[in-house]
Design a protein. Structure first.
Length: 572
């Protein structure tokens, strides 16, 4: 693991020079291999883990420069630090060596203090992540390439694990970078401990490398792991140890890890390809709910390519005018009157047609494009409501509901953006309802509470969406300044079931006691409407009333003054 001493290879045809330098390096704490020729050096590099090479320029047969050239052309060790040793300071040989890719040089007679400093600089830069002390990306790639190069000859299987912490950005942003670094360090130590146990059980005498690629990404190379079942069992152990609470700056913090796995049996030629596919499998784990592990298959690569294309297309969708808003009516279930709309984002892709929000909204969240898109939705919806208000005075009391994403809620400029849009559009704040889901509340309670209270100072209304689908503590309803609770469509579709009906009844009663309104989502039948009325649910939206309308269709509804058919007025 990261605590083993670095291994140096000393290459010199003179045994006295070779032995003198080796003894000094061993006393300093390095593990040393020696070779008397370039050919012997190449053999050792191919069969041993080497962290740096000290290579004499002048040797009979294969010279140091010839050996350097071969090493730099070798895919498995192309990044290996090489320090040339020469008796000709400033000679053409030194210049040529640097041009061929040597990292540094020392001159004879060797100044050992200088040599040790240069060796330490090269080994540290290549080997260690400065925060965790783990091997870094360069070293991990070299070790993986070495295993790939030996793979067919040895027939020994291995696996690569790609780990990414879930919600790390949220923890980093809310608790600060110092706490974020503490978490990364603690995760590294836990993974090391778990892998030591794995080492004795699964790996035998093969390669084991835990590395930090950067940010909150870790990779693991486990030699001797060949079956999907074995890899899954190891991944579950790693996932379990990370899931235990961490103590950061006096606070208990819980996170999880998503893991992607690639097995060597897939026949890879390059380390970068193997890491790419392990990364792809990790993203599939995140898409399926986070805190889980997935083994790569080739269908994931196609999905990743499609996702990349979607990201690229989405980046320009707003500027190209491909985004539009549809307006779903929200109805008073008692009077059967239109009381507002929910603004729903739609993407009319030039080649694919309408793209499902379930497909592109998560992509917008991940890339950050949801922030400008969300501001555009709010501004466009407010402008549209103002236009209808001027054309149809009877609509001046209608509200407009707009969803806020998790990314928007954590954006420092959210309050200023909402205030600016209200000011520019002239929309009355009380007619704007900003909706967030339960999950956002649970992600970071203190920060979200502050943001929501700040938004309430602007005069906008706040709604809690998808209520009942998460793990909400009822105390949140008292702590956060919501005016509306939206009952998730899952309960509404099963409202004829006694258990679902009692849940809705309890939510309505709770909201009434807290002076909140209740809106039922996904009302699709007259029977559901009738039952919701019996349960005293105040508002509803769904296909039974109207599907989401284009702005022109919604305008026609407002112009006609007729919203619902006789079946709604009669109670279904």
């Amino acid at each position: 693991m990261n605590h083993t001493p670095a291994t140096l290879l000393v290459v010199d045809d003179d045994p006295m020079n070779r032995d003198a330098l080796s003894r000094r390096l061993i006393r300093t704490g390095y593990t040393v291999l020696t070779a008397e020729s370039g050919a012997a050096a190449l053999e050792l590099v191919s069969t041993h883990r080497v962290d740096a090479v000290l290579l004499d320029v002048m040797m009979p047969g294969m010279s140091g420069l010839d050996t350097l050239r071969v090493l730099r052309e070798s895919r498995s060790v192309s990044e290996l630090p090489i320090i040339m040793v020469t008796a000709k300071d400033g000679s053409d040989d030194v210049v040529e060596a640097l041009d061929l890719g040597a990292n540094d040089y020392v001159t004879k007679p060797i100044d050992y203090a200088v040599a040790l400093a240069r060796i330490r600089a090269q080994v540290t830069a290549r080997r260690a992540d400065p925060l965790t002390g783990l091997p870094n990306r360069v070293l991990f790639l070299e070790r993986l390439n070495r295993l790939l190069a030996r793979g067919e000859a040895s027939g020994r299987p291995f696996a690569v694990f790609f780990l990414d912490l879930d919600r790390f950005k949220l923890i980093n942003d809310s608790l600060g970078h110092v706490a974020g670094d503490e978490l990364l360090l603690a995760v590294a130590r836990r993974l090391e401990k778990a892998l030591r146990a794995t080492d004795t059980v699964c790996r035998g005498d093969g390669e084991l490398t835990l590395a930090r690629l950067g940010g909150d990404e870790f990779t693991i190379l486990l030699d001797g792991v060949g079956s999907a079942e074995q890899a899954q069992a190891i991944a579950e152990r790693l996932r379990a140890v990370v899931a235990q609470p961490f103590e950061l700056q006096g606070r208990e913090v819980v996170t999880s890890v998503s893991i992607g796995i690639v097995l060597s049996a897939a026949g890879y030629a390059r380390a970068e390809e193997m890491i790419r596919d392990a990364d792809t499998a990790m993203y599939r784990a995140k898409e399926l709910g986070k805190g889980r592990c997935e083994i790569f298959d080739h269908s994931m690569r196609l999905a990743a390519q499609q996702r990349l294309q979607l990201e690229s297309d989405l980046r320009f969708a707003l500027d190209r005018g491909e985004l539009e808003i549809h307006y779903q009516p929200i109805v008073s279930l008692v009077e059967c009157q239109l009381c507002g709309f929910e603004a729903l984002l739609r993407w009319n892709h030039p080649q694919r047609g309408l793209v499902s929000p379930a497909e592109f909204i998560p992509t917008a969240e991940e890339t950050g494009s949801i922030v400008p898109i969300g501001n555009w939705v709010l501004a466009q919806a407010c402008r549209q409501m103002r236009e209808w208000e001027r054309e149809f005075p009877s609509s001046r009391d209608l509200t407009i509901s707009v969803n806020l994403s998790a990314r928007q809620c954590m954006e420092p400029g959210l309050l200023a953006d909402v205030a600016r849009i209200l000011r520019q559009t002239g929309m009355a704040p009380g007619r704007v309802k900003l909706e967030i889901t339960e999950g956002i509340v649970l992600e970071n309670t203190d920060e979200v509470a502050r943001i929501l209270h700040d938004l309430r100072t602007l005069g906008v209304q706040l709604g809690l969406d998808d209520f009942g689908m998460g793990y909400s503590a009822l105390s949140y309803l008292q702590r956060f300044p919501f005016q509306t609770i939206k009952i998730d469509r899952t309960f509404v579709s099963g409202v004829q079931d006694v258990a679902n009906a009692e849940i809705i009844r309890a939510i309505v009663s709770l909201a009434d006691g807290l002076d909140m309104n209740v809106t039922a989502e996904g009302v699709e039948t007259g029977e559901q409407l009738h039952r919701l009325r019996e349960l005293a649910c105040g508002f509803g939206q769904g296909f039974y009333f109207r599907q989401p309308l284009s702005s022109s269709d919604a305008r026609d509804v407002l112009r006609s003054g007729v919203f619902a058919g006789s079946s709604v007025a009669a109670g279904g």
